[in-house]
Design a protein around this ligand. Structure first.
Ligand code: IVH
Length: 694
């Protein structure tokens, strides 16, 4: 071979072993960006392509296979039983402060000061404050940066080896990022987000299977599965909050420093954490998080205070398995006991009949609850809820309160019979008297009355008028009730026939409110195609699908006439959704509603939703919103950013392009400053949106 031949050869492909390492690095990085930072830098398809390439290479070279390979997350492992794991450093519990007032924080600070013999009132103790997650504690052992073992807490001394299940959690790194020490045990909480929990239970209900009591139980059950394929189907998340054993690592001096280090190793660390001074700082954190609790995407039952300095922690030591340097400061419980006074059946927008327990009022999750959903007949029977029973009610976040279970020991002699929806209703809709029916395989009974049923009409109107749909401010519950009951509104387009005279004749409606409502109705006529589609209340068409449909079809006439085949081409539209759209527009009266609404002046920009040539000043950028903006609501800001081609993410990372901060911005703002991410106020955002692109 002569010199020229050598130069003409194509560059050599890397050896398989090298390519495998290379692919793993890439996939680990992309998984961290996707699961932990919530800011992917490559499309899903690219991830899948690299993943498949790695799978193929590993299959051809089994000698290269290692447990930290991203392909090993999805392998099903079935155990006969759990193997005990002795914790090198015991997993402690935290003392709980049940006084949910600010005085609870003062009591803890006083104890710490007494133990440390700090009497000088000007010297304040520095604390790291964080959330008390409601899941289960896990210890993750990394050797040379590779996850080798995951164990539950057990009795604190000995737990169970659950590595096969923990591997399936995308947020937990199989290999640490950066320079990893020879040994590091990371501790934290495995939990389930509320939306994931709701979706999981919804899926269970549709499969006629038992639902989970709360996210904690669902998470704990998943982690303790012998079959990892089952665990893999349960959507679990993770937050790191501490460490156990370590070798060859210089442990940061403070707890907050430790959390920063864990974040840098690739772990999700919750952003709602601060470093504060003294009892006042603790109480302020407790209050701040208390106000935020309902909006968090996961359950917490309190906050945790930890003395920040590790040196002081060592001086404080432990009492009976609880460190003296930490405390959990609680909030009012999200589950309470009460009694069932009656069972009602409510009619939803699509005629769905939902049994609802009428309860002796009880204070739970921060509000007084007197109704709780029982979801459907089957679930009411499975839980065997009867009038007169004592039940556990759960209210977490802004989710509808639900009856979780019956306290059977407290069942009185004279409870009502097992719940039978058809008997309960005498076979007729409780509102309009139409027949009730349940389709084969479905869990829900429905009223067959359609828009003849005033309950369905009311719900359809409320859906139409809601902020995310046509946004008619002032058209709320009470008014809709009156308008439908008095026969003023029979079909949706009747809304646009309302005049000030007709409205001011209604009870409790002054001329001023009537005028405001008429203005709001007028304003709602200028809308967008996605909002309009969503407002029609077609079954299975949520906001996201409405957006996809608008984008795909560009105008409503094409959508109304679309074949099933055409519908199936739309992003995320499957046979059920396609069928639902076809059925809706096959009804002449539904087409008539659309026509009448258009004739009444409801309109939207023609190019709506279509990928147009309009400038997209935020194309490819990720923004994070925090705090309250002076004029824009969160949804408005999000919509504007998305319309400009940007993405809104929930957490700040180095990949974040801008943080938009308003009043009472929290830790996201601190994080932005820490990472040097540009912070904008509302005016700054608007200026950015107005920018011309080249
Ligand atoms: S630290 C030094 N931090 O609470 C104490 N625990 O009773 C070790 N938990 O089962 C725990 N959030 O799973 C710590 N931010 C947090 C926590 C937390 C929830 C759980 C933990 C454990 C229990 C301790």
């Amino acid at each position: 071979m002569n010199q020229t031949d050598l130069f003409d050869l194509p560059p050599a492909a890397p050896a398989p072993a090298e390519r495998i390492l290379n692919l793993r690095d890439l996939l680990n990085r992309y998984a961290h960006e996707y699961y932990v930072l919530d800011a992917p830098t490559v499309p899903d398809a690219e991830y899948d392509r690299l993943f498949k390439e790695l799978q193929a290479l590993e299959a051809a070279h089994p000698e290269c296979l290692t447990p930290d390979s991203p392909t090993q997350r999805v392998i099903g492992t079935v155990l006969d039983g759990f193997i005990p794991v002795r914790h090198v450093i015991p997993m402690l519990s935290i003392r709980t402060e049940t006084d949910t007032e600010a005085t609870g924080a003062v009591a803890f600070d006083n104890r710490v000061r007494r133990e440390l013999e700090i009497s000088d009132l000007l010297t304040e103790v520095e604390y790291a404050t964080e959330l008390k997650f409601d899941g289960l504690a896990i210890s993750l052992r990394y050797e040379a940066g590779v996850l080798v073992q995951a164990a539950t807490r057990g009795d604190g001394e000995t737990g169970e080896n659950v590595t096969h299940n923990i591997r399936t959690i995308g947020q937990i790194p199989l290999r640490l990022l950066g320079d990893a020490p020879p040994v590091l045990e990371v501790r934290g909480e495995v939990y389930m987000r509320r939306d994931d929990f709701e979706a999981l239970n919804e899926r269970q209900r549709n499969l006629h299977e038992k639902t989970f009591v709360n996210p904690r139980n669902a998470a704990a059950g998943a982690v303790r599965q012998l079959d990892s394929r089952i665990a893999a189907q349960r959507p679990l998340s993770f937050f790191a909050y501490g460490m156990g054993d370590a070798e060859g690592w210089t442990i940061p001096d403070t707890h907050s420093g430790l959390l920063d280090a864990l974040s840098a190793f690739g772990f999700p660390v919750c952003n709602h954490r601060d470093v504060v001074l003294g009892a006042q700082g603790l109480a302020a954190f407790h209050q701040k998080i208390g106000a935020l609790r309902d909006q968090l995407p996961y359950d917490i039952d309190g906050v945790v205070y930890k003395v920040n300095s590790r040196q002081l922690q060592a001086r404080l030591g432990f009492v009976s398995r609880e460190p003296r340097w930490a405390v959990a400061h609680k909030y009012p419980a999200q589950e309470q006991m009460t009694t069932v006074l009656d069972i009602d059946v409510q009619v939803g927008r699509t005629g769905k009949l939902t049994p609802v327990a009428k309860l002796a009022p009880v204070f739970v999750g921060g509000v007084t609850v007197s109704n709780a959903t029982l979801h459907n007949e089957e679930e009411t029977q499975r839980k065997d809820v009867r009038v007169g029973d004592t039940v556990i009610v759960r209210r977490a976040g802004d989710v509808i309160p639900e009856v979780v279970s019956v306290v059977l020991e407290k069942r009185p002699q004279n409870t009502g019979p097992v719940f039978d929806l058809r008997k309960h209703l005498n076979n007729a809709c409780p509102v309009c008297g139409s027949d009730i029916a349940r389709e084969e395989g479905e869990v829900d009974w429905r009223c067959t009355g359609g828009l003849f049923c005033s309950a369905q009409r009311k719900q359809a109107l409320l859906h139409f008028a809601q902020r995310r749909a046509m946004d008619i401010e002032g058209l709320g519950d009470k008014l809709v009730e009156q308008l439908v009951d008095e026969g003023i509104i029979r079909v949706l387009p009747d809304i646009y026939k309302l005049g000030i005279l007709k409205l001011s004749a209604l009870e409790r409606m002054g001329e001023k409110s009537a005028r405001n409502l008429v203005d709001a109705i007028e304003k709602s006529k200028h809308t967008t195609l996605p909002r309009f589609l969503f407002s029609l209340g077609i079954r299975h068409i949520g906001e996201a699908t409405a957006k996809d449909l608008a984008k795909h079809f560009g105008n409503i006439d094409r959508l109304m006439d679309a074949s099933e085949e055409e519908l199936l081409q739309v992003n995320d539209v499957g046979p059920v959704v396609a069928q639902s759209i076809r059925t809706f527009f096959a009804q002449p009266h539904n087409r008539e509603v659309v026509e009448q609404l258009r004739a009444a002046g409801v309109s939207w920009p023609e190019s709506d939703g279509i990928d147009s040539d309009a400038p997209k000043p935020l194309a490819g950028m990720t923004l994070v919103l925090t705090g309250t903006l002076p004029t824009l609501g969160r949804d408005d800001a999000k919509a504007l950013i998305e319309a400009a081609g940007g993405k809104v993410s929930g957490s700040v990372s180095k990949k974040t392009h801008y943080v938009v901060a308003g009043e009472a911005a929290g830790s996201k703002l601190d994080k932005a400053n820490e990472l040097g991410v540009t912070v904008l106020d509302e005016a700054g955002l608007l200026a950015l949106l107005a920018q011309e692109t080249d």
